[in-house]
Design a protein around this ligand. Structure first.
Ligand SMILES: Cc1ncc(COP(=O)(O)O)c(C=O)c1O
Length: 406
């Protein structure tokens, strides 16, 4: 164990820090924003069209339709795919609530399924078992930056005549089996919420699709249902358009995205390597089936019941050491009070429910250093297995924090 000499205070490790990516781009961002102001192209316009094309091309899709946020991309995207009242849409119970809200806003019926506890991704065997004559769509969520298997999804969809609509809000440029997120099915939804792998300077979202008719319908839906100016053909239309300023900022950031994703992957590798000895103590990272195609929007570990220290204590102690963590998500969708009337009770999806008590998201963002990852993992090691914890200031601080707690 580390010596008892006074330990060096370590700098805090935030959960996310966007300043590292924005600072070097500040001049370019300012210039791009000034150009929008000079052109008064605040809503849609040529900068939005250029970014739509660039992001669609980078993701392997034919069309991009910029909208107000990721939730709108799901709701309007599903509607553009012809999904509506009476249609059942299969989604994982352990997703961000926006996936569910998007389906409900399209007027469709959400059907939850359980997840694979090793990856937290939608369990395709459970999805197959949930298919009924009313099922129209599979809605996989590429959770935490890892894609659900495209071949598995396509095989299931083809067997039952279903469409695939991807929730790729956390998976910009993710890849699996040679497919990019956003190019697997009929359409996909992305979010550009600021902390996403590709984030705007406010809210933003995009629908990607290979289909010209879906794209045309989605373009009308986001713009009051107008197929041309003041000519409204779709009663389901609303106002949800990507702003010029957001598209300008996103266009500046897009060329850097692959490099930022690569950094996330390298940081995840370091976490993996440093946390490996703790697997025997019940602290297990989620499994990666995508290799470097996993874009690690979040780095999530499971604090299983075998772990000698429970999740809340680990989170509390890390927080006391200035290390921020998160839980994505503490309550599965089917147990959220707002959706109680959907009728799914506790015990409906045991894996999703168990995971909600075990998962812990560790700091992850481009700009996080390997030394900071070591600081986090040393602190966790000192909490979970003090006898074998490495001799470092972080480990010593963590050990002290524990030993001095009443
Ligand atoms: C999985 C998932 N789906 C949908 C959304 C909704 O995106 P937005 O916040 O842009 O509406 C998010 C973003 O938070 C998300 O993480």
């Amino acid at each position: 164990m580390a010596s008892t000499s006074p330990s060096t205070p370590l700098s805090p490790v935030p959960f996310v820090d966007l300043s590292w990516q924005h600072q070097p781009l500040q001049a370019e961002l300012n210039q791009a924003i000034q150009a929008i102001i000079a052109d008064s192209a605040y809503v849609l316009g040529p900068t939005v069209a250029a970014f739509e094309q660039a992001f669609a091309a980078a993701s392997g899709a034919a069309h991009g339709i910029g909208v107000g946020c990721g939730t709108d991309a799901i709701a309007l995207g599903l509607t553009a795919c012809g999904i509506g009242p009476g249609d059942e849409v299969i989604l994982p119970a352990n997703t961000f609530v926006a996936t569910l809200i998007g389906i409900l806003r399209a007027g469709a019926t959400p059907i939850f399924v359980d997840c694979d506890p090793q990856t937290a991704l939608m369990d395709l065997t459970a999805a197959a078992a949930a298919i009924t004559p009313r099922t129209r769509a599979l809605l996989p969520v590429h959770l935490y930056g890892q894609m659900v298997s495209p071949s598995g999804l396509r095989a299931l969809a083809e067997r039952h005549g279903l469409i695939i609509f991807e929730d790729a809000a956390q998976a910009h440029l993710a890849e699996r089996e040679g497919c990019r997120a956003g190019s697997v099915g009929m359409a996909a939804a992305f979010s550009f919420y600021p902390s996403k792998n590709l984030g705007a300077l406010g809210d933003g979202g995009m629908i990607l699709t290979q289909g010209g008719i879906v794209a045309e319908t989605a373009r009308a839906l986001r713009n009051y249902g107008a197929s041309r100016k003041y000519y409204h053909t779709d009663p389901g239309g609303t106002n949800s358009r990507l702003d010029g300023i957001q598209a300008a900022a996103l266009g500046v950031k897009l060329p850097h995205l692959a490099g930022w994703n690569q950094q996330r992957y390298e940081l995840a590798q370091r976490y993996e390597q440093r946390l490996a000895p703790l697997a025997d103590f019940g602290l297990q990272p989620l499994t990666n089936h995508c290799g470097s195609g996993h874009v690690y929007h979040l780095y999530v570990v499971r604090v299983t019941p075998q772990c000698p220290v429970d999740r809340s204590l680990i989170q509390l102690e890390l927080n006391a050491l200035g290390i921020q963590t998160g839980i994505h998500y503490p309550i599965p969708c089917h147990l959220q009070p707002a959706f109680a009337e959907l009728g799914w009770g506790g015990g409906s999806f045991p894996q999703a429910e168990a995971l909600s008590h075990e998962i812990l998201s560790l700091p992850m963002y481009p700009g996080l250093t390997l030394a900071q990852v070591d600081q986090v993992t040393d602190a966790i090691a000192a909490l979970v297995n003090p006898a074998a914890a490495p001799q470092s200031d972080a480990a010593e601080n963590a050990a002290k924090a524990i030993s001095t707690r009443p």
